[in-house]
Ligand binder design. Structure first.
Ligand SMILES: Cc1cc2nc3c(=O)[nH]c(=O)nc-3n(C[C@H](O)[C@H](O)[C@H](O)COP(=O)(O)OP(=O)(O)OC[C@H]3O[C@@H](n4cnc5c(N)ncnc54)[C@H](O)[C@@H]3O)c2cc1C
Length: 339
């Protein structure tokens, strides 16, 4: 049996690593950072993510996740949409989910090497890159933290501001995850703890900022990331096998990035198993997985990328609000197109 090496212990890497190791494939996961850690994420898993976990034998990882179905959108302080998701989503922190998957992987005998960065300059058989978003010079930044004693009006509140949006939804232990995406503004200056509030004020989201400020924020849960790029199509030129965000990044308003990470692991698993068992070559394995990922994800990636400016740009947000007021916003149809 051949050993598989996975670069990146995010959701894609941990889910695939668990499934391979459980099937007897010796697997090493190299993680550049440490685990578990708080990550910038809405912590709202919707679409087929839970089914993918189930298919990989990992449904227990979602034990205790909150089921979410109602959704409200606000433009500044005005509610512009009230709807429900076709299927419930799961609310669970990345800290807990990653921790559970990492512990299970190690309990199965998998090798998890922390602070170990795999270099992707050389193409080597049996290495899978689950390395997350590529660094870019894009000017989108993401911020998040957890709050206690914050009452939400729906399972997911999405607040649209000027070149910004913020999501709030409950996770385990009575916490609410607050996560936002902002277009970077060089003129704004703040301490690490004040970035979220400074940006919310600058983007016209002072009302929701006041609600959050009145809650109890867990400073240990602060996380931030810069240079998020949503426009890159999947890159197959390097012939590296890339899964999850390393394959392609879907704009976060969809809440589908984690699902894509888990689904890509589900797609890759049987084909990597066949490679490890010497039933097919690495090149065949990579081609099959890339094709299956393209077939599964290209429609939703395209739809989400087209919709993103309507969620994030002020002028288009007003058109969105008008359409919603006139009951002309096909929310469930758009949801289906992006999941
Ligand atoms: C603001 C924002 C909000 C979001 N909200 C949601 C949401 O509500 N729902 C949702 O489903 N998705 C959401 N997402 C997207 C979601 O977080 C990602 O799609 C998901 O985390 C991708 O998982 P992954 O395993 O591909 O990558 P990651 O979880 O990013 O993991 C990649 C790992 O690889 C490691 N790594 C990188 N390079 C190397 C290397 N060379 N060698 C070894 N290790 C390496 C990194 O340290 C990291 O741990 C959001 C994203 C943003 C930015």
């Amino acid at each position: 049996m051949k050993r598989i090496h996975i670069a990146g212990a995010g959701l894609a890497g941990l889910a695939l690593g668990n499934a391979l190791q459980a099937s007897g494939v010796p697997t090493t996961i190299h993680e550049a950072g440490t685990l578990p850690r708080h990550r910038v994420c809405g912590e709202f898993i919707c679409g087929r993510g839970a089914t993918a976990l189930q298919q990989l034998g990992l449904s227990r990882a979602l034990d205790g996740a909150l089921l979410h179905q109602s959704i409200h959108w606000y433009l500044k302080e005005k509610r512009i949409l009230r709807s429900t998701l076709p299927l419930p989503a799961q609310g669970i922190s990345r800290y807990l989910l990653d921790q559970r998957l990492a512990e299970r992987f190690q309990a199965l005998g998998g090798t998890l090497q922390l602070r170990s960065r795999l270099n992707s300059s050389k193409k080597t058989d049996g290495i899978i890159y689950c390395t997350g978003r590529k660094a870019s010079d894009s000017n989108w930044i993401g911020l998040k933290f957890h709050c206690m004693n914050l009452i939400t009006h729906a399972d997911l509140e999405l607040h649209l501001g000027e070149n910004a949006y913020l999501g709030m939804s409950a996770i385990e232990n009575g916490r609410v995850n607050v996560c936002a995406l902002f277009k970077k503004r060089d003129e704004l200056k703040a301490n690490r703890e004040d970035w979220m509030f400074t940006y919310l004020d600058a983007c016209g989201l002072s009302t929701v900022r006041q609600r959050i400020a009145a809650a109890e924020i867990d400073p240990a849960s602060y996380a931030g990331v810069a240079g998020i790029n949503f426009s890159e199509p999947p890159d197959h030129a390097s012939k590296h096998l890339r899964l999850g965000d390393a394959y392609s990044v879907i704009p976060p308003f969809t809440g589908n990035g984690m699902s894509i990470a888990l689904e890509s692991a589900e797609i890759a698993f049987p084909k990597c198993l066949a490679y490890a068992n010497n039933r097919q070559s690495w090149d065949e394995t990579v081609n099959q997985i890339q094709q299956a990922c393209d077939t599964r994800f290209s429609r939703r990636l395209k739809a989400a990328k087209r919709l993103h400016p309507w969620i994030s740009e002020s002028k288009r947000q007003h058109t969105l609000a008008t359409l919603s007021r006139l009951h002309l916003l096909p929310f469930r149809l758009l949801y289906k197109a992006t999941h």
